[in-house]
Design a protein around this ligand. Structure first.
Ligand code: NDP
Length: 249
């Protein structure tokens, strides 16, 4: 085994998180999937399904918007599973509305879950990584954090914030063997997009140059490369995986 012995994926039992967990587990890494504590029953049946499919994945319940609870989860993983070598910040939610119609709760929930959670988890994990001189952190953003989206001011702001956070963290890790990067998916076939109105989704798909949504595995493979030892010199970068929906350099 190489340097990647333990990986933590927040929102690991979600659509994209599951594929990331599976691809990491297939490399021989011990994978821990974080999930929202209220979902215990679902998470346990998810874990059993992974086992049946040949993937042995540990579970870590924690609301990653809670700073103290997150610190306790990280301490627990580091002492019971091992030091975390790979961190994927993947937990996320949407609460869409225009600025005109959005209430403060929807604003805060999305900023807390998509942006503040990355700080809560990265802070204790980065400390261990820099002390040990090795680590890989990948933050899941979105095409809508790069270009904005009508009806998603909270989500676009949170995901754009992830880019700034990633670049700053990359500077902190650069001399300590820690790379920090962002993967910015376009539209991916998961529960998050299933919740969108059919006509809105159809019009979005019509605008994707590749003419289709991504499958979660297509996002996970970009994460896998960024998390590997082979990625020894890419840091502070954003890798778009969006079927050509937003092309920029
Ligand atoms: P899912 O809804 O399938 O997965 C998101 C996961 O995050 C769920 O398991 C959810 O748990 C978990 N989660 C939410 N809040 C918390 C919390 N406070 N603490 C711990 N876990 C939490 O969505 P996707 O897999 O599609 O999304 C994964 C990531 O990819 C997100 O960051 C999303 O913003 C991003 N993304 C998704 C795109 C898409 O088209 N699907 C496009 C671009 C980016 P629960 O279900 O219990 O709430």
């Amino acid at each position: 085994m190489g340097k990647n012995n333990v990986a933590l994926v927040t929102g690991g039992t979600g659509g994209i998180g599951e594929e990331i967990c599976r691809q990491l587990a297939a490399t021989g890494c011990k994978v821990v999937a974080n999930y929202f504590p209220a979902d215990k029953e679902n998470a346990e049946s998810w874990q059993a399904a992974q086992k049946e499919a040949g993937f042995d994945i540990e579970l870590a319940p924690c609301d990653v918007t809670d700073f103290d609870a997150t610190g306790a989860m990280i301490a627990d993983i580091q002492s019971n599973v091992g030091p975390i070598d790979v961190l994927v910040n993947c937990a996320g939610i949407t609460r869409d509305a225009t600025i005109k119609n959005m209430d403060i709760d929807a604003w805060k929930a999305v900023i807390d879950t998509n942006l503040t959670s990355a700080f809560n988890v990265t802070k204790p994990v980065l400390l261990g990584m820099t002390e040990r001189g090795y680590g890989r952190i990948i933050n899941i953003s979105s095409v809508n954090g790069q270009r904005g989206q009508f009806g998603q001011p909270n989500y676009s702001a949170a995901k754009a914030g992830i880019h700034g956070f990633t670049m700053s963290a990359a500077y902190e890790g650069a001399r300590k063997g820690v790379t920090v990067n962002t993967v910015a998916p376009g539209y991916v076939s998961t529960a998050m997009t299933e919740a969108m109105p059919e006509n809105v989704l159809a019009s979005i798909i019509g605008g994707i140059p590749m003419g289709r949504m991504a499958q979660p595995a297509e996002i996970a493979s970009a994460v896998l490369w960024l998390s590997s030892e082979d990625n020894s010199y890419t840091t502070g970068a954003c890798i778009p995986v969006n079927g050509g929906l937003f092309v920029s350099h």
